[in-house]
Design a protein around this ligand. Sequence first.
Ligand code: WTA
Length: 637
Amino acid sequence: MINKIHTLGGYFHEYQKSLTNPDDFWEQQAECLYWRKRWEKVIDWNFEEPSINWYVNAKLNITESIFEKNLYTHGNNTAIIWEPNDPADEAITLTYRQLYEKVNQLANSLKILGVKKGDRVALYMPMVPELAIALLACARIGAIHSVIFAGFSAQSLSERINDAGAKVVITSDGGYRGSKVTPLKEIADEAMEHSPVVESVVVLKRTNTPVEMKAGRDIWWHDLMEGKDTECPAEEMDAEDPLFILYTSGSTGKPKGIVHTVAGYMVYTAYTFRNVFQYSRGDVYFCTADIGWITGHSYIVYGPLLNGAQTLMFEGTPTWPDAGRFWDIVDKHKVNQFYTAPTAIRSLLSLGNEYLAGKALDSLKVLGTVGEPINEDAWHWYHDHVGKNRCPIVDTWWQTETGGVLISPLAGITPTKPSFATLPLPGVLPVIVDNEGKELKGNSVEGNLCVKFPWPGMARTIWGDHERFRDTYFSTFKNYYFTGDGVRRDEDGYYRILGRVDDVINVSGHRLGTAEIENAINEHPLVNESAVVGYPHAIKGQGIYAFVVCPELSTGGEEGIRRSIKQGVTKIIGPIARPDLVQIVPGLPKTRSGKIMRRILRKIAEGDATNLGDISTLLDEDIVGQIIDSALVDVKH
Ligand code: WTA
């Protein structure tokens, strides 16, 4: 494959080249893709506004780099392998030509529904091939897709639909996840009561769950696709036209609609996919993420398909029918690269090695992890028991905002160290700054992780709120993109991600804003106020610990209120945000100016109140002792 690094020397050479002449470097990475009109300039940027433009004035359609560029040579090769929830059901494969035809049929269908370039289409679907088809159909006609993870509640769905102003929603009657069926259309109907912007709803039949079809608005996927032309000319897009919006949580306010644009995202996902995973033609690559998150966008759909890869999509869960399911899939489809999250590894590890017994796993060449720091135990178990000491692990650090991997080993090339994301990819310039924004140079330093030069895959704005984009990422430390993560660079110059330094928590690899959860809790009629922090959790990485003030609580009613608070959050956001621990407290530790001292609550939730630091600024110091006394974890103090 072209533009693929093969040796450590090659990596250092490319890295150096990317620093000394980024224009040439990124031009070279773009050459192997399909452009209608070439760029006039490679990069035009400043981090003050910020204004970030890549491949200036180029014209293209990302689906032409997936299809038109390659159909002659590999139209009959497999594009998607789909493994259904139930192992007794048959897997489906789609060749590049078959995928192309379905994408075009849906693209033509969406046009009939009135979808035009720049319109937003919301996708609320299970992990079925039609979800990938829907993404690509939107891209084909220049519509902006906004995927909403199918675990989100009606309210979360509605808020995202409204924020993006989506005029079409694509959903399904239901979705299978293990032994559960989620009635997606029913949830979407509830969402639509608060989303009058939506004109049409396309419904895929998957579970045969009975649904109500609203006349004039709802239409079955199969009826819509019936007889549609399998050719649909691709819309010509400007390099900086939006490709998609994806909502993610931040430390304050509502989730942000992160916007990625066509050309830079294309070049970056294509380049990073083949280099990080060292993908070779014919390999079978399996990423266990959901397309509802950025990992699924970049490394199930776009990155692999831009490389003509075989990408495996899995509908179900790692533990159903039993905890050997991933390994069965690896053996069944002879998976070569396997990419998952530390939380899945920890959960499988905790269930015991018997689920690995009898699995060959001999097709595996590369293992990957993403989404949260991986602890050493999990790393070693993955390496020894899954990879049988033969497969390099790529611990890939990146974010929804970065579009693709920024810091990671290249599989089999970069020497690894457990729990280290190791080195930046070519073109990526990480810096570590202290809290005053001073760059900490050299090795053996620890601080806030920033990036000082743009890369093509970076987000361009927050949908409808550029100021928030600037404030969130470019104003904390002047002239740097601030990631929100803490990091250590060790004596070898290797990066180890330490976790978030802001009020974002990472629960089972899902990113959640504590403010969002607090807002949901505060909607409970008996709750006065609340504070949410993360605490160490053996499987999830972080669990959700809520401290809640309910002044009118009658004695004995605690259990009931805890349950109803948890239910409330599930209803408002979705099950992923459900607090693990809810402690009813007489008050929150606040400064005299009324600010909640989260640092103290974090310490208590971590079970260590031996060193709470200076608490003399607290309005009521006794509160801390009272909270510790009735804490739901053992607290040393
Ligand atoms: C965390 C997921 C440690 C980090 C692609 C980041 C990681 C957040 C790693 C982004 C890793 C992601 N090691 N931490 N390899 N990868 N993170 O937007 O805190 O869902 O800021 O993107 O996950 O989460 P997001």
